[in-house]
Design a protein around this ligand. Structure first.
Ligand code: FRU
Length: 499
């Protein structure tokens, strides 16, 4: 039986979701059915389709008591909304159903594991959410919360770990049978750590070990971990809060981190060898992955960041969107990302130009639009006289533009959405280092979908994502070089079929 809170949320989204027109949303990125969305949750393949749940507050376009929204897709690009999956309707989760994951049980049912939150007031009147882990089992659409919830509580924490920062369980299947689960936690040093639990039935869990302690190296609390094998390596993804900048690799505030190393499944010991940011843009956080039936590891993230949410006007009927689903690989010890290959199925038209000399500004007939893909290859006209700067402007008219620019001498690529219409004094620019393009050779794959831009640099070695809410009438695209550059370009319109 669905609770009153869930029935109300479902009724509300049914009525108000329909009032948001197709044009008001991204065309092929998932946005909330109505109201607010943050982290992807329970990303899985179940009964022949991809399911994506998400942190959701239907009643307002601001974060509030968390529910789980739900959508399904066959190709990860056309999403169909299903009714909200979880509402905060039990004593142990009355202040929120926070992030978590999904796994198909041997019985064929789908199990969700999520963070259940209950607020507590301390003696100074401050509110703290006590966080535990709970489960719900169902058919993918309707779930029953387990009578023995919560299944992990403060008694399952290692010494010194906080009961207020214990969240975002991601379940993994062990090769040896049974399940493990990684959970973000705050140890006594007040930074972050990832805890590892194990279970044979996915319901009864025991503490296994601390998978890795942050020790203040990367920000403080680590949120939303994911842990998987990729191309023979073991990868931990997590989203650290309160980071300090480090060169061009990590920026202030909420960031993303990939640790690549090896894992011994019998002892549970993880040895990280390399670290990097996952996305170098402004808006990307809390990613989660799924293993596709064909073996691809696919990641999707919240294409927003807590520090930059204010870019969206409050009176809008929805806030927050997911990134493109991205195929992951390890190459030269780094995490590479490419849009899922299904995106090529959305391509229409096609303009191709080669060997164009860019010197000053350039517009190309037919190259424009807000739901497009651009494949750009740049090189210097004369290798001994490398151009100083190359840039692409999009979502452009006389008043607005967003740009990506690359300066080979500095090896720095910059995204700038200062002129996207935002009226807030938040971060609108970000830079990343592209050392391998010092010669002036660089390739950029730019995906625009009405309210976002994702730039895949050098075959996905780095990605820069940013939301933008520029009026849709600003749809010009132009190119500029300070010095002389040569460009090959391909452009496609990206069209999704309305379901
Ligand atoms: C990350 C996060 C999670 C938490 C959720 C709450 O964005 O803070 O740690 O579960 O959002 O909505």
């Amino acid at each position: 039986m669905n609770s009153q809170a869930l029935r109300e949320a479902r009724r509300y989204e049914e009525i108000f979701g329909h009032r948001i027109t197709q044009e008001q949303r991204p065309a092929f990125h998932l946005s909330p059915r109505v109201g607010w969305m943050n982290d992807p949750n329970g990303f899985c393949r179940y009964n022949g389709v991809y399911h994506l749940y998400y942190q959701y507050y239907p009643y307002d376009s601001k974060w509030n008591t968390m529910h789980w929204g739900h959508a399904v897709s066959k190709d990860l690009l056309h999403w169909e909304y299903l009714p909200a999956a979880l509402a905060p309707d039990e004593i142990y989760d009355r202040d929120g159903c926070f992030s978590g994951s999904a796994v198909e049980l041997e019985s064929g049912q789908l199990l969700l594991m999520y963070t259940s939150v209950v607020n507590e007031r301390d003696k100074n009147g401050r509110i703290w959410g006590v966080q535990t882990q709970s489960i719900a089992i169902g058919d993918g659409t309707d779930f029953e919360k387990y009578s023995g919830n919560p299944v992990l509580t403060e008694k399952d924490l290692p010494e010194g770990a906080s009961r207020f920062d214990f969240r975002d369980p991601k379940i993994i299947r062990l090769k040896s049978g049974g399940y493990a689960c990684v959970v973000g936690s705050r140890p006594a040093d007040k930074t972050g750590q990832i805890l590892l639990y194990r279970s044979s039935d996915c319901i009864h869990w025991e503490f296994w070990r601390v998978l890795i302690a942050n020790k203040g190296r990367f920000g403080r609390m680590w949120e939303c971990p994911d842990f998987f094998e990729l191309d023979g390596r073991q990868v931990l993804l997590t989203s650290p809060q309160d980071m300090l900048p480090e060169g061009f690799e990590y920026h202030n505030g909420n960031g993303t981190l990939a640790l690549i190393g090896s894992w011994d499944e019998t002892t549970g010991e993880f040895i990280p060898e390399k670290d990097q940011a996952i996305d170098y843009g402004i808006d990307f956080y809390a990613p989660q992955t799924v293993l596709a039936p064909d073996g691809r590891r696919i990641m999707i993230g919240w294409m927003q960041n807590w520090d930059a949410c204010a870019i969206r006007e409050e009176e809008e009927p929805w806030a927050g969107q997911m990134s493109l689903p991205r195929e992951l690989h390890i190459r030269d010890g780094r995490l590479y990302q490419q849009p899922v290959r299904e995106l090529e199925g959305l391509r229409r038209g096609g303009i191709r130009k080669t060997d164009l000399t860019v010197c000053g500004g350039l517009c190309i007939g037919g190259i424009e639009g807000r739901t497009v893909e651009l494949l750009i290859r740049i090189r210097p006209l004369d290798p001994d006289k490398v151009y100083h700067k190359f840039s692409v402007r999009f979502a452009e008219d006389e008043k607005y533009h967003t740009s990506v620019s690359f300066r080979p001498h500095e090896k720095v690529l910059k995204i700038d959405r200062k002129f996207s219409g935002s009226r807030r004094a938040i971060i609108h620019q970000r830079r990343c280092l592209v050392p391998e393009s010092e010669s002036g050779e660089i390739n950029l794959r730019i995906i625009l979908d009405r309210y976002s831009s994702e730039i895949f640099i050098n075959d996905g070695r780095q990605v820069v994502s940013a939301a933008m809410y520029t009026p849709l009438s600003a749809k010009d695209i132009s190119f500029f070089a300070d010095g002389q550059a040569v460009m090959d370009i391909e452009m496609y319109r990206l069209e999704s079929q309305t379901l």
